[in-house]
Write a protein that binds this ligand. Sequence first.
Ligand SMILES: Cc1cc2nc3c(=O)[nH]c(=O)nc-3n(C[C@H](O)[C@H](O)[C@H](O)COP(=O)(O)O)c2cc1C
Length: 183
Amino acid sequence: MKIGFIVGSLRKGSVSKKIAETLKGLFPAGHDLELIEIGDLPIYNEDLDNGNLALPKAYTTFRNKMKTVDAIVFVTPEYNRSVPAALKNALDVGSRPYGSSVWGGKPALVVSQSPSNLSGFGANHHLRQTLVFLDVYPLQQPEVYLANSFGLFDENGKMNNEGTLKFLQSVVDAFLVHIKRFK
Ligand SMILES: Cc1cc2nc3c(=O)[nH]c(=O)nc-3n(C[C@H](O)[C@H](O)[C@H](O)COP(=O)(O)O)c2cc1C
């Protein structure tokens, strides 16, 4: 079972990335858990796929990697009430060439976060909107909106909020049940 983690933020100190690392630690042993890079994908342009421009190596690497993944965990902040462009770009790159999408039929987990009380609800649901068309099946319950996310970590980047850790463990457990439905 291979689970790919896609993080919507590219910044070095990303809290979304810390949450992804925290989630990885909550899976039982025996799962192949991999953070999948999206920051090196050039902005999608159909000419890159139709021969008018050279196909970027990063596209091929990303698409090949995603094809080996059985399930996907998305962890994202909200940018201007939607998903960050880097995440939307990765979704677009993986969806083409037409008929060769890397996404179809896979189970997913959607996690959003924000440093405020808002918790990335807009990003969470814009992402879900795109996943409908990509035929990706996000876990419906529990929904995961993490508010005040910067306060969930100690100075070493380790999540130290017991309530949130317990909640995230229940999310991972539910996600594993969800994944089994697709096997
Ligand atoms: C371009 C931009 C737009 C943002 N828009 C929102 C927003 O609509 N809602 C929100 O809660 N936070 C917004 N923020 C703040 C992000 O939630 C915050 O930067 C977040 O911690 C980034 O996640 P990261 O730590 O994983 O990089 C925005 C930040 C940026 C850079």
